[in-house]
Design a protein around this ligand. Structure first.
Ligand code: 5GP
Length: 196
């Protein structure tokens, strides 16, 4: 998606440790018009899928999912919560996710009543790096017996393995921008040719 690539080129900051900072329009301050265009693009890309619910993970996924849902007929958005609580009462689907940015495992939950075998789920998130977050969300769907219709991410870092893992697993994945290389010294960012 050219609009997103242009924005990353203009405002993205390459940090040490393969981290791309996009705080000024995606992870902290939010560009609502851009999010709206991203939602429209996912609706186009997933138009052949019967999607009844969007699943994301707090915090950055929420804004993306809420705006995107309006392009899918205002379907419900559920966000998985990160919790440190060990007092889970059995009313939640639970999985463990390794955080690329925080270098630690955390527990992720979704209430069983909000994710069921009736749901046809589109998973949305801001970034795809090694795929831990999306794999965790897919695991929650499998526990619930829900159907995973696909995964959409704003920015895939193509030099990490998450995207390839999902494609190999037969998941329909649409990444709106794929960064194939980035250089923390020059700030240069190389995108994959990704016109879908
Ligand atoms: P994964 O679980 O695929 O390894 O990493 C995806 C998650 O880590 C995303 O939910 C995102 O919050 C965070 N993340 C991974 N790489 C980056 C990055 O380069 N920049 C930012 N801002 N977040 C990232």
């Amino acid at each position: 998606m050219k609009e997103l690539e242009d924005r990353i080129r203009r405002d993205g900051i390459v940090r040490a440790g393969d981290v791309l900072k996009v705080d000024s329009f995606l992870n902290h301050q939010i560009d609502v018009r851009l999010f709206n265009d991203m939602g429209a693009e996912w609706a186009r890309l997933f138009k052949d899928r019967h999607i009844t619910k969007i699943l994301t993970i707090e915090a950055s996924g929420i804004g993306i999912a809420v705006i995107a849902a309006q392009h899918f007929g205002n379907i419900p958005v559920v966000f998985a919560k990160k919790t440190e609580s060990i007092n889970l009462d059995g009313e939640q689907w639970t999985t463990k996710v390794y955080s690329f940015t925080h270098k630690a495992y955390y527990t992720v939950i979704v209430a069983k009543r909000f994710l069921t075998a009736d749901d046809h789920v589109l998973i949305l998130d801001d970034f795809l790096a090694n795929g831990a977050a999306s794999s965790g969300l897919i695991d929650l769907c499998h526990q619930a017996g829900a159907t995973v219709e696909g995964v959409g991410v704003a920015i895939e870092k193509g030099f990490q393995h998450g995207g390839d893992d999902l494609r190999r697993a037969g998941i329909e994945l649409h990444s709106l921008a794929i960064v194939d290389a980035m250089d923390e010294n020059t700030g240069a960012i190389t995108f994959r040719d990704n016109d879908e």
